[in-house]
Design a protein around this ligand. Structure first.
Ligand code: PLP
Length: 455
């Protein structure tokens, strides 16, 4: 007899994963075969229980360790749409947004943004105005020139926004170069070196139309060890003390996000409580040693809130065997819905969703259907010999996949559903060919088109 405990990849699948009587992978008590039949593939499935579990895990872990006020901002860039924003707000989360588009989603979702924050290394004047009009809780200033830009917009609008300064603390997060952000050679944040961050804080504090609240950093992601956070908090604490020496008391501090998740079985990410212990203990220690009042803490988990909740479901298509070299098994999605393997070399596990317990029979490379050789979802994975139309599931697919999707080769963006207790809810319908041409302005360039007669 099989039990849940035997389910391969259980550690990285959504927490509600199990198998049906037929032995098919189920998520939220929904059979993946039934879901594929009803909604088609590629299909993105979010498990409501895992989302709830992750949200409450971070909220509880940090509140338990930090009695001076905690806000958990979901980093929307990991993926958001209107129903997802409403769902996560319902779980007690606020948001970190980085564009007018992400703000527009929150507005449309009707969620409270009074505790959310606007980030980004090149916010446009129009976006800053939108943030002020939308009464976003805080603006996180990223550069010295943004201080003047925001000050002039705030003055013009007669608003005094709460602001934080993002600093670059010179801490190496030891992640992929594309996702390391806390070093001096980074487009993010004002450098701690040469007192640049200190000077920027003084400038913000002196600005009449800015309400200076605190220090922010995000050093990279995913961060498996505690050292980068500990080092970052210490740098932040020194700056808080320096500011207090000239009478500036900051009320908010954020070490950002970047908390790790398991993409493959051998990944062992720390629990939220381990991050909470490291960050809160260090901050409390520093507040004590350097004699400053403990600030409010804002954390910004993105992937760690949503990655495990998501599973990508694909149908098997063609197979190409290159004897002695490699066997490619192609699926009906690929780099248009998951570009992470192509740009970061990210690794994923793959499950034969309709027979997860079958023994592996061969080593194959799961390719997408797009016109790039780099369009590969998983290299050298061990699987049973899969037949055309069988389903595969790729776990830990919830973060930065749909967020970076494209219409490459004019593919249709997949449907997205949320599941719980045997019910499936569509949160985004599959794109249609009409959607693909909906932005095209036709009948405008008639005079530019040579007639077929004259060719
Ligand atoms: C400012 C900021 N906060 C939070 C995050 C979220 O990172 P993660 O999804 O790895 O938690 C990012 C990611 O780029 C970020 O730039």
């Amino acid at each position: 007899m099989t039990t849940d405990h035997d389910l391969p990849l259980k550690k990285i699948l959504p927490i509600s994963s199990s198998t049906s009587n037929e032995g098919t992978l189920t998520i939220g008590d929904c059979s993946t075969r039934d879901l594929a039949n009803e909604f088609g593939t590629p299909l993105y499935i979010y498990d409501a229980k895992t989302l709830r579990n992750q949200a409450s895990g971070y909220i509880k872990a940090f509140n338990a360790k930090w009695p001076y006020g905690v806000e958990v901002h979901y980093a929307s860039k990991a993926w958001i749409n209107v129903p997802m924003a409403q769902f996560l707000a319902g779980e007690g989360l606020s948001f970190d947004v980085v564009s007018g588009g992400e703000m527009a989603v929150l507005q449309k979702a009707g969620v409270d943004v009074s505790q959310s924050a606007f980030h980004g290394n090149n916010k446009t004047a129009a976006e800053l105005r939108e943030a002020l009009e939308n009464k976003l809780g805080q603006i996180v200033i990223n550069s010295v020139d943004e201080i003047e830009l925001l000050e002039s917009i705030s003055e013009e609008m007669g608003i005094i926004p709460k602001v934080m300064l993002r600093i670059s603390p010179s801490v190496d997060a030891h992640t992929h170069t594309a996702t390391t952000t806390g070093l001096v050679d980074s487009k993010f944040g004002v450098a701690i070196e040469n007192n640049e961050a200190y000077d920027a804080c003084i400038q913000i504090n002196e600005a009449k139309h800015l309400d200076f609240r605190g220090i922010h950093m995000h050093i990279g992601s995913p961060i498996f060890g505690m050292e980068p956070y500990i080092a970052g908090v210490k740098v932040g604490a020194q700056l808080i003390r320096q500011l207090l020496d000239v009478g500036i008391l900051i009320s908010d501090f954020s070490p950002g996000g970047g908390f790790a998740v398991a993409y493959i079985n051998s990944d062992n990410p720390p629990e939220p409580s381990a991050y909470a212990d490291a960050i809160c203990n260090t901050l409390a220690e520093q507040a004590d040693q350097l004699s400053f009042p403990p600030p409010r803490l804002i954390i910004e988990p993105g992937r760690s809130l949503i990655a495990r909740a998501g599973v990508a479901l694909y149908s098997i298509g063609s197979r190409k065997e290159i004897p002695g070299i490699r066997t490619y098994v192609a699926v009906d999605g690929g780099m248009s819905d998951n570009i992470r393997p192509a740009i970061y070399g990210s690794k994923y596990e793959v499950m034969a969703a309709e027979r997860p317990f079958d023994p592996a029979e061969e080593t194959v490379t799961i390719a997408g259907k797009f016109c790039e050789s780099g369009d590969v979802l998983a290299r050298d994975v061990e699987l049973p010999v899969l037949k055309r139309d069988e389903l595969i599931a790729i776990p830990a697919a919830g973060a930065y996949q749909l967020a970076m999707e494209s219409n490459y080769n004019l593919s249709l963006k997949p449907a997205v559903i949320m599941v719980e207790d045997g019910k499936a809810y569509v949160i985004r319908r599959r794109e249609t060919y009409d959607d693909l041409t909906s932005l095209d302005v036709v009948n405008q360039i008639g005079p530019l088109i040579s007639s077929t007669d004259s060719r």
